[in-house]
Write a new protein. Structure first.
Lengths: 293, 293
DNA sequence: CCCGTCCTCTGACCCTGGTCAGAGAAATCC
DNA sequence: GGATTTCTCTGACCAGGGTCAGAGGACGGG
């Protein structure tokens, strides 16, 4: 990586945080400490403390004190949970809701003021550029790891994958068609973003020098990041390291984005090679043998 | 402005600050409090306290205590100013410099790790998108205001403008050719970014229904933001409000970016209309009369 | 030379964010 | 029914960031 890129990245961070500081100081710090304000937003329409603690990463003692402060201001009520008396539930009062909406409005106004000097065109350009930054940073945060095929999170990804296919295929999808963990003779990859699983894929040996990629899936919340391409490349590399010179895969005509991904990735259509009823299309790609740069 | 844009802007801010928090916690908070670390960076190669205070926006008592803490750790030395005994100067010791460089390296490494998952291409795309965001935000932060032509900052901009022309014109530029404050029969605009002047421009009445734009200048540190276009538009609007249907301007062949700006802005070349020796090219544009949307 | 100003330092405070240990109520396990 | 676990609350603490008022040395103008 070029040192210049790192420097420019830091420069952007410095500038951006400085500008945002000005923003948040003024909209949140108006009168209320930051912790209380965050809590006000996070409570929403009632939420048990357990969950609040987890979402905001707060110590139980600290949360308790924050809540009491908000209670004294008449913004929040804390009641016992209807079915579990240990748990307590925080709920905004009417004034609490108004206060939160006020904060919200002020924040919006600040931003409108900030972007007000730009033309519509420039604003759209700004938002688009931010989206690109965010997408790339999210992609950079994704960790792709090989896991034992029986791993629970891996199986869960496959279940979500099967459920989605079942919705998208006119004929439905039978989860029994999923490759059983024991049948994965190659590698199962799992993609995680900040600890949450957001995609998977696997390859198995199909014959001498030939591997098959199956069950390539990206969670809806992680689409558009380029994760499909990343997983596909990693799978190909894994198969090639294992000695495969050719990678095959089958797919369904309903999966248009997947088909586009394969074509972009250098796959070409071949005659059907499998007996899966869901493989309406088959693709193949030559991958460079292991050891070649 | 669309509410959707504001929401997306906020969403980006939330995501970005969350990611950066993780970054800075780990690279600065390793052992040293944030205030000390910032100070370590800001001192650089010696700096009087007055300036440090101004740059970091610190209370004098607070700064003093931070410095003492760094002194106790052997990272900083504070000496009286050679020529003014009231002022004191902070300077990093050898270990202080090493410490700062260490922090710096760790920060770089963190970023390299963060961006390591991306391809060269993607990294370049990220940096480019960040640059676009930064440019647009800087542009949004610029305030263009009409000022009395004799305003000191306005005259200073013109002096910098003249100095630059003097460098760029093969024949030099005589600052006496600047339009005197008294001769500005129209409006003088000043562009400021976070309080610092970064550009200027003015228009005067040239005849019935005709105005002339002069001395359009953008400071080097603010180029590439689109500020030239912004100033030009504001000047045209001002002239149009005053009743001008035609705007003229003259320029020098050495000012290639300016010429490109004029052409993009809808100006077309006309025969020379002025007797300024520096106006080697003349342009004209019809502007919509005042009151028309 | 004196007085007001500039600059720094010190001590006294304050609040926010955050941690820790233990008490006590409710639920669950055995 | 008793022991254990789960969850919340309370009190005691702590550090960092930040403000304020005043002391005192150094300068500069008259």
């Amino acid at each position: 990586m070029e040192a210049d890129q790192i420097e420019r990245f830091r420069d952007f961070n410095r500038y951006y945080t400085r500008r945002l500081d000005l923003l948040s100081e003024n909209y949140l710090g108006q009168d209320r400490p930051l912790g209380q304000a965050r809590l006000l937003f996070e409570i929403g329409d009632g939420c048990d403390l357990r969950e609040l603690r987890a979402r905001l990463g707060l110590d139980s003692g600290y949360l308790s004190r924050l809540l009491r402060a908000l209670e004294e201001q008449g913004l929040v009520e804390v009641e016992p949970h209807p079915s579990d008396g240990r748990v307590r539930v925080a709920r905004l009062t009417t004034t609490g809701r108004r206060e939160r909406d006020d904060l919200d409005d002020r924040s919006r106004e600040r931003i409108a003021g900030l972007l007000g000097g730009l033309s519509d065109e420039q604003r759209a350009e700004l938002i688009a550029a931010q989206a690109r930054v965010q997408r790339l940073l999210r992609l950079a945060a994704v960790r792709v790891t090989a896991v034992p095929p029986a791993t629970e999170t891996a199986r869960e990804c496959l279940r979500r994958y099967a459920a989605e296919l079942n919705e998208r295929f006119p004929e439905g999808y039978d989860a029994a068609s999923l490759t059983p963990a024991a049948a994965v003779t190659g590698e199962q990859l799992l993609a995680g973003e900040e600890g949450r699983p957001v995609g998977c894929g696997l390859w198995t040996r199909l014959g001498p020098g030939v591997a098959e990629i199956r069950h390539l899936w990206v969670a809806p919340e992680a689409r558009g990041l380029g994760l499909g391409r990343l997983l596909l490349e990693r799978l190909e590399q894994g198969a090639a390291r294992d000695g495969a010179g050719t990678v095959r895969l089958g797919t369904h005509t309903a999966l248009t984005e997947a088909i586009a991904l394969y074509r972009r990735g250098g796959y070409h259509e071949i005659a059907d090679y499998s007996d899966s009823p869901y493989n309406q299309l088959a693709f193949e790609k030559r991958v460079r043998p292991a050891g070649t740069a």
